[in-house]
Design a protein around this ligand. Sequence first.
Ligand code: GUN
Length: 281
Amino acid sequence: MAQIIDGKLISAQIKEELKEKVSKMKSLGVEVTLAVIQVGADPASSVYVRNKKKACEFIGIRSLSYELPEGTSQEELLDLINKLNERADVNGILVQLPLPSHMEEEKILDAISPLKDVDGFHPQNVGALCIGKQGFVSCTPAGVIQLLKRSGIEIAGKECVVIGRSNIVGKPMALLLLRENGTVTVTHSRTKELKAVTSRADILVVAVGKPRMITEDYVKEGAVVIDVGIHRDSEGHLCGDVDYESVAPKCSAITPVPGGVGPMTIAMLMNNCVESVKLQG
Ligand code: GUN
């Protein structure tokens, strides 16, 4: 039977640890503040933002909420970011994605001070990760590393295959596995013989964005499978990029959807907020 990696439980442990840290910081007179900006009212974004604010409240992080109308101009948003960059009482700045189509995402994300970029999306932080310097790491891939470590799964020396090369998940995931001394292969839509490559993996991280695409024939017997995808199928059930029913019996460990990688993203965001105080000090 595969070990089911319980992201809900592990994220709860991390949040408890952070709550304790924040309480100690408070007793020393240090407060942690996250500014969350949402432009427009995309329903999925509203759910994510609400959950981020709830996590802040649980841990004892002060959250400042900026809910801007859909028609906000890029200049107005840049002005707000600049003001928050300058405020000494704001440690983290998060602009919820996606942004309305009249805004240039890259320009907005680049405007956030790298010292307050708790999402880890700024080129300076991506570059720091690439060359092993200190900086913020993108939350979902950082969460995957925590899931592996806290489940007692060794990464060093393992064949790690990542499916997907996005800037937010695939690329930082590959860099983090490499930092942990894994032997890393990144696959994508142009990869030839995908099944042959993924079947080599001791650790397979799937961030392909297609519901239940990865079936048992992509997976080696005894592999660890991490599913980053989340979708709602035609019957309204949540599912991942991995066909859990066929893949789980073949694995040594697997993340479920929901309750696997998903809850880790917010836990790692909270971790980045707490760490931001050190980076700024
Ligand atoms: N939209 C979906 N996921 C994320 C995330 O991790 N950070 C931000 N800022 N927006 C998102």
